[in-house]
Design a protein around this ligand. Structure first.
Ligand SMILES: Cc1cc2nc3c(=O)[nH]c(=O)nc-3n(C[C@H](O)[C@H](O)[C@H](O)COP(=O)(O)OP(=O)(O)OC[C@H]3O[C@@H](n4cnc5c(N)ncnc54)[C@H](O)[C@@H]3O)c2cc1C
Length: 339
């Protein structure tokens, strides 16, 4: 294991913020992870697992040792019930993985095409898009316990998945480093096409297949979202707020065109993008930071912005949405600030 000092993380975070890790190493196996944990313990350093850095705002570099998860490999086990179980290394690139599953005829992940980042980070916020979430296909996780160095298996139930949320953001926060995912996909094609923007992008949404859904998702995402290699960003900067049905009714009286989705009898989900757009932020630019002109929920780094500048812009947006709609927006990416 090679530990590097003063390592630039500019290429390891999708905003492209130029911060230096005090210590940095890469893990190609669960045994490297255990070795890195031992090194961190012996040297009194905290440890931070990093995938692609595409859900992270690095105001500062993470303190201590940044452990880049680079565990590769996709094993597949066809089952008699018409499914295929995959064991995926946590360092596999998510967009490449999805393209591979479609090529192999393993279905169920097509709606999650082109979400940047690593497989190992996908459970942390239970990634989701176009009506599908990771939790729909996840069977279990292999992870290393950060205190004991023990390799464990966690069931989907242990992960307490919810909308853009999991136990890794709550009771299991900072407890495990995820090394492998086990997913169950289908060998037969049954695409999920309820999401309106996806239906619009398909020729015939009621007679389609996984390959067409994959192509449609890639095409819609490429149009709506900036590629981090061209314009620094972390995808959706705010989660869609969830409010009570009572609040939603009051808001609809005031704003009849308010987009909303019923979650259950008590809860309604709103569109963060719509709320931000109504406050006239779409296309806003001030210096090096701005709001993407094609998608109001995406904050961008036009070149040399800092994490602090992005957070200041986010704070102004949150204030304006609160003032107009009395709705509190929450920031989706993980913020790293050492103060
Ligand atoms: C253009 C763009 C579009 C996006 N679209 C979507 C979308 O449609 N849906 C969606 O859900 N997200 C979306 N995202 C957010 C992001 O792609 C996902 O959250 C992704 O899973 C992040 O992966 P990562 O490897 O880059 O995570 P990182 O940013 O490296 O890490 C995120 C968090 O997970 C932790 N972590 C990383 N790896 C591990 C590990 N192996 N074990 C334990 N903890 C770990 C980190 O410490 C950090 O807390 C988008 C981002 C961008 C830039």
């Amino acid at each position: 294991m090679i530990i590097e000092s003063g390592y630039s993380l500019k290429a390891h975070n999708s905003f492209g913020f130029d911060v230096n890790a005090r210590f940095f190493t890469s893990a190609g196996s669960e045994f490297d992870v255990i070795e890195a944990l031992e090194w961190a313990k012996q040297n009194g350093q905290p440890i931070y697992p990093l995938g692609g850095g595409s859900n992270t705002v690095m105001v500062d570099a993470p303190a201590g040792l940044v452990l880049h998860i680079n565990i590769l490999g996709i094993e597949h086990y066809p089952k008699e019930d018409g499914s295929v179980v995959l064991r995926i290394g946590g360092g596999e690139d998510w967009p490449r993985l999805i393209a591979h599953t479609i090529d192999q005829g393993w279905f169920g992940l097509e709606n999650l095409a082109l979400i940047p980042g690593s497989a190992g980070a996908a459970p942390v916020q239970n990634i989701g898009a176009y009506g599908v979430e990771l939790s729909d296909v996840l069977e279990k996780i292999e992870a290393v316990h950060r205190e004991t160095g023990e390799i464990v298996e966690l069931s989907a139930e242990d992960c307490s998945f919810a909308y853009r949320d999991s136990a890794f953001k709550g009771e299991l926060r900072d407890k495990y480093i995820i090394t492998h995912l086990w997913l169950r996909l289908s060998l037969s094609d049954s695409p999920v096409v309820e999401y309106p923007a996806l239906r619009e992008a398909l020729n015939d949404p009621d007679d389609t297949n996984a390959r067409e859904v994959f192509d449609a998702v890639v095409s819609v995402r490429s149009r709506r979202l900036p590629s981090p290699s061209e314009l620094g960003n972390a995808g959706s900067f705010f989660t869609n707020p969830i409010i009570t049905t009572e609040q939603a009714k009051q808001l609809t009286d005031q704003f009849p065109e308010l987009p909303q989705w019923t979650i259950d009898e008590q809860r309604i989900k709103l569109s963060a993008g719509w709320l931000v757009e109504q406050c006239d932020w779409k296309g806003f630019r001030e210096g090096e930071v701005g709001v993407y002109p094609h998608q109001a929920i995406v904050l961008v780094n036009y070149g040399n912005a800092t994490g602090t500048q992005i957070l200041n812009l986010a704070a102004e947006i949150i204030r304006s949405v609160d003032k107009k709609f009395s709705v509190s927006l929450e920031i989706e990416p993980n913020i790293i600030r050492n103060d």
